[in-house]
Structure formats: structure tokens, C-alpha cells
Design a protein around this ligand. Sequence first.
Ligand SMILES: Cc1cc2nc3c(=O)[nH]c(=O)nc-3n(C[C@H](O)[C@H](O)[C@H](O)COP(=O)(O)OP(=O)(O)OC[C@H]3O[C@@H](n4cnc5c(N)ncnc54)[C@H](O)[C@@H]3O)c2cc1C
Length: 459
Amino acid sequence: MYHPQDALAAISAPVFKGRPPAAQPSLIHHDVANFNRDQQLFRDVPHVMTSFRKAMESHGVVRDPLPLPDQIPPYPSSIVGASSLPKDVSSLYRSAGAEASLAALERLTACKVLSSNVRHPHSAFALKGGETEGVARLQYYLHGNSEDAETPLKSGPCIRAPQHVDNADLAVASGAAAISTSSSMRGSERVAEMSSGKVGRSASASPPIDNFKDTRMLVGGMDNSVKLSAYLAAGCLSPRMVYAEIQRARQQVGADSGHSWLIMHLVIRDFFLFTALKEGDKLEQPGGIQGKAKQWRHSDEEFQRWCQGRTGFPFVDACMRELAATGYMSNRGRQNVSSFLCKAMGHSWQLGAAVFESLLVDHDWAVNTVNWAYFAGVGNDPRDRIFRTVSQGMTYDPEAQLIKTWLPELKELPGEFAHKPWELEESAADACGFNLRRDYVTPMLDASTQIAVNYGRND
Ligand SMILES: Cc1cc2nc3c(=O)[nH]c(=O)nc-3n(C[C@H](O)[C@H](O)[C@H](O)COP(=O)(O)OP(=O)(O)OC[C@H]3O[C@@H](n4cnc5c(N)ncnc54)[C@H](O)[C@@H]3O)c2cc1C
């Protein structure tokens, strides 16, 4: 039986680190979520995400954030170079004696990953690390550039949770589908701008949260989604503190635009954390949570094409090149590239998850692994969906901005042909000075199977 770690060794891929002992802080405390009946923590976590959200409507209570500590203890001496922490990730690799892993990763992706602390000019995650930056980002997302965007770290009290956060409150939050979207529908022009990645911090008239519901699924742009995942994964922000701030902003404006929708996604994050705790070792198995007897294919050459963004499917390739260059990929991109690797190419979801683990700035073992199992068809997706990446790209990158940013070789192609360059007639291709074989690659799979079926925006 093929084992992913062997395959990883064979292709000199980055280190597969395995399951960490504890999960990240959750929004809802597991006690409160009532998952500890019969002393078997997490046994009753529902298998399906919707059921989990509904369970949270009846049981979920978000506790207040804990007060700020007066002081924090020094780094444990076991941390490599604790007295002088490396300034960037590549020096961290070096000080840990892991240059070989870094080199392997760069070979695999054909990209100078992590070798500089200079942020990529096209990154959709143009943010710095640390709590102060995370708080500033949250404030901007909720309040725009208005006066209400206090900096809680300076003004202390505004990170306190509202005093009465109860079941009913969360029920509103996690029942977000039923919430009126009238206020979030007004920003169609802004949505178009965002999909083209033009909206930056200073361009914002209304706070980005107003459009969150409409823009979250788009694949380009800084403000289309909240970009808090890295702060949550690294522990710079706690989900409870984020929740308290969202509630405070909602009370301040007296209306719910994207607030409930954002809280719902924090609840979804809990679903992934709790599922990992519930399923445990199954997540180390090729058959995943479902224990499927699955024989994953393997080909170094094919896998490398996926890693390097050379599959011949522009949406997949743009997302993979963005990941290698910036450490970030949109949620819709992640869903598509994982579905493509596992369901279209038939390759191991554990290999894909390992590559994400090595590259994502927001990597979180539980969230990443359970999501990969989900989209590989060995996890919690009751519908076992397959994403048709061409149609998906045309829906979520309608102007092909993401594609043209990361695949400059397709920049001159007209309209939808940037999504399916193989359909461009020879004369039209000549007119653009484009040759599929010479300038890009022919699709590695039957292109017709990647077109047609599309999924709804909120799938
Ligand atoms: C294959 C795959 C791997 C992923 N790996 C990671 C990972 O390692 N770390 C990680 O933080 N997220 C992961 N995600 C989830 C999601 O893609 C990111 O959280 C999201 O894109 C981060 O951008 P954002 O902060 O702008 O999120 P938004 O879309 O604005 O959502 C707000 C917050 O909700 C949470 N959230 C949203 N969607 C999800 C989701 N599907 N699963 C869990 N939490 C979610 C995140 O904390 C996020 O910051 C993965 C998704 C897939 C499909």
C-alpha cells in the first residue's frame, strides 16, 4: 500500500510534520457546545457542517475573552535560537538545520519560496504579522477608515466582549442564511472593483464588512475577505476577541450587513477544529475520516506540475503560483486546487495537504487537514462534490485578473479564453502572438470534463 510519507521522501518534498498534540483556540468552548457527554469529548460533533451550525444555534455560547495578562513569560529555552529569533522564515529554516527541506520545497514549486521577507507586490495578503497588525486589520474591515476604528490595544476596553452574549445572539449569527442581505446587496460596483483587485485600504468609502457576503468567494483582492486566518492560526488574535469586536461593531451601526456572515465562518472554523479532535488518527490515513479503501495514483511528474502551476488549467495554475509566491490562496482557490488534485488527477490528498502545510502563511493543522479530506471525498462532504475548475474560474475570476496576474503568458488573450486557451482559434491566437505549446502548456487532463458543472456561490 502506498504511503504518503514514502512518496514525499521520493520526491524530496517538505517535511510532513504530522498531527500536533492540541488544537487551536476555538470560538465556542467545547464544554458549552455540549460535546462532552459520557466523558467522550467531541464524540457527538455532527458529521455534517450544517448540522454543526444548527447545533451551535441551540447550544453555542461564546465566552468573554480573558483579560490581557500583565506580563507574558519568556520564550521556552527549547525554542531554537530563543534569545535571538531569526528575522525571516528562511533564516528560521537555516537555524533549525532544515535548509534541505527549504531547497526541496523550492525545487518542488520552482519558486524561491520563503527566501525573502519582502512581500510580493501582487499578494492578496499584503499584511504584516503580529497582534497589533491583526487588530488594525480587524478594525479596518469592520469600520473602514472611520473614527470608529479605534485601536483596541491602545484603548483597552473596546476588546472587551459585550456583557450579554447569549444563545440567542449566536443563533442569529449562525443562522446567517436567514438574515436579510439588503444592506450587502448595494455594493455591486464595489464587488466588481474588488474582483479586479483594485480596492485597497484607502479606496474604501464603506467598511469592507458591508460587502463581505457578496465578495467573500471572489478570488482576487485584499478586501474581498477578512484576511484574519493567519492571525488566528498564529494565535495573534483569539476568535473570541474577534467575535466580541464584530458584535461591538454590529451594535454600533445598529444593523447587520456582513457581521453574522463573518461570525458564521468563525463557527465553521470550529467545525474543522472539533472534527479533527473527534476523528484523531483517521486523519493520518489515506482513506481519511470515511476510511475509504482508496488507491491514490502517484506520478512525481504530474504532482510537480500541480505544485508548479503547470497543469494547463489556468485557474488552478494561477492559484498554485500565487500560493508559492505569497503563502496565500483564496478559499475558492483552495477548494478548486484540492478538488483538482484529488478528484480530477486522483492524487493523494495527504500530499496536497503537506504542500499547503509548507507554504500557507495561515497554516493550521486541523483546519487544513479536515478541509483537504473534505474536498478529496474522504471527509465530511455529504455530497462528494467535484469542482469544474474552468467554470469556477469564470465565475469567481470573471475578468481573469487572477489568471493574468500570475500567468503573464496569458495576459493578451481575449475574454474568456484566458480561462480556456486551448479553445482559441489559431488565427486569433496568432493575432495575440500566442502559441499554446510554446508559451503555456496543453491541459494535462481532458479539458471537457473540467467545464460545465458549476456550483452555487455559497457552496
Ligand atoms: C484545502 C483547504 C485548506 C485550507 N487550509 C487552511 C489552513 O491551513 N488554515 C486556515 O486558517 N484556513 C484554511 N482553509 C480555510 C480558508 O480557505 C481560509 O481560512 C480562508 O481562505 C482565509 O482567508 P480569510 O481570513 O480572508 O477568510 P474569510 O473567508 O474572510 O473567513 C473568515 C474566517 O473564517 C474562517 N474560515 C473561513 N472559511 C473557512 C474554512 N473553510 N475552514 C475553516 N475556517 C474557515 C477563517 O478563520 C477565516 O479567517 C483551507 C481551505 C481549504 C479548502
